[in-house]
Every structure is written in C-alpha cells, then in structure tokens.
Ligand binder design. Structure first.
Ligand SMILES: [Fe+2]
Length: 218
C-alpha cells in the first residue's frame, strides 16, 4: 500500500512587477504668454488651411509642419517635450546627446462631438501632447485622453473579464484615462496606443501633438 505523505509546506510569494512603461506628465509654469501665442498661431493657421485627417474624427488637424508656422512658441514646446523625452531615455553605449532629436508638430482643434480613435505614432521614439484649452472643466465635457495597456488583448484572451492584479492589489485596467488640464505636457512611447474620448463641451478643445525621434549623428 502506498504511503500518503502530508507535506507541511507553505509558500510565500512576492509580486515582482517588470517592464515599466514610462509616461512623463509635465506641467508648464509661467506659461500664459506661450499658451496665448500658440492659440493665436493655431487660430491664424486654421483660417488659411483645411487641415488633414488622421486619427481625428470631427475636428481640425493641422498639417504636421507647425514648427514652420508656429514660430518661436512652437519651437519652445518642442524643446520642452524633447527635454522630457531625453530624461526618460537611455541608449546603450551612447548618451542622449549623441543623437539629433527631431520633432514634428501639429495642432488639433476638436469640435463638440469629435474624438480621436485609438492609434499609435509609428516611426518615432516618443509622442507628446500639450493641452491649450480643455474646452470646459470636469468630466461632464468628455474628451479624456486614454492609454491602452500594450499587453491587451493578450491578458484577457482566455477570459475576457480576466485582469492582472497590480502591485497595489488592484485589478489593472486595460485602458487608463488621464485627468489632464491646460498646460499639461505629456510624453509617452510612440508605440503606446492612445485615443481621445468623445468631447461633449460647448466650445473648441485645443491641443498640440508632437512626434519625437532621435537620429544618429554618425
Ligand atoms: Fe496620437
């Protein structure tokens, strides 16, 4: 007869969270004249240009050469965003200053009812957004910026309601909305899919988007 062994073993497990996705949430200070100049440049360009269609559904998306028509204010925003991107970047066997950091920039003016579909910015290291006018306060006006877990839908493929528990013991959402306000400058990996919920305010909502890449000088 086989002997049954009772093992008095217990296990203690510590969660280890790996593979962070860095998101830089910047807040501009003493930026009123910068924001005013950007709003003026955008209003002026919007009068002259029909814009283009990308992820925007309902709203005006300028051409991506805002660094040409946006003047010194646009250049300043690009430099601020690149500064955040550099602080979140590391290159093996090189420094961030060994690369030429390039930016392209465009403006988004969203009308009530407009939104941006889920998308990424291929061919870049980083993407950034600066908010010039949220179009209204609070959650009632919608238009929230959201990011999608880059592991989605893999984690939820077996059971659609499955979620990983995070280090804080809470289930991790597969889409996270950020509460942003005028003057916020956010920088995130360009491959990270994101979008903007339907905006329901009663005036135009204005933001600037930036693509950032680091190009070898050699
Ligand atoms: Fe985008």
């Amino acid at each position: 007869m086989m002997k049954t062994t009772l093992y008095p073993v217990r296990v203690k497990a510590q969660p280890l969270s790996l593979f962070e996705t860095p998101i830089g949430i910047g807040e501009l200070h003493e930026a009123q004249s910068l924001l005013d100049d950007l709003r003026s440049a955008i209003a002026e360009n919007k009068k002259r240009s029909e814009g283009i269609v990308r992820s925007n559904e309902g709203g005006w998306h300028s051409t991506t050469d805002m660094l040409v028509w946006g003047g010194g204010a646009a250049r300043k925003v690009a430099d601020l965003a690149i500064g955040i991107a550099k602080r979140l970047s590391h290159f093996e066997e090189a420094t961030v200053e060994d690369f030429e950091w390039r930016a392209s920039m465009w403006a988004n003016v969203t009308q009530p009812g407009g939104r941006n579909a889920l998308h990424s910015h291929p061919g870049n290291l980083w993407a950034a957004v600066l908010y010039l006018d949220m179009g209204g306060e609070g959650s009632l006006t919608g238009g929230n910026f959201y990011l999608e877990d880059p592991r989605f839908p893999l984690a939820a493929m077996h059971h659609t309601g499955f979620r990983f528990l995070g280090g804080d013991g809470k289930p991790q959402k597969y889409q996270v909305e950020l509460k942003l306000k005028e003057g916020n400058l956010i920088v995130f990996p360009a491959w990270l899919r994101h979008g903007v919920r339907t905006y329901t305010g009663d005036r135009e909502r204005i933001s600037i988007a930036i693509n950032i890449d680091a190009v070898s000088r050699r």
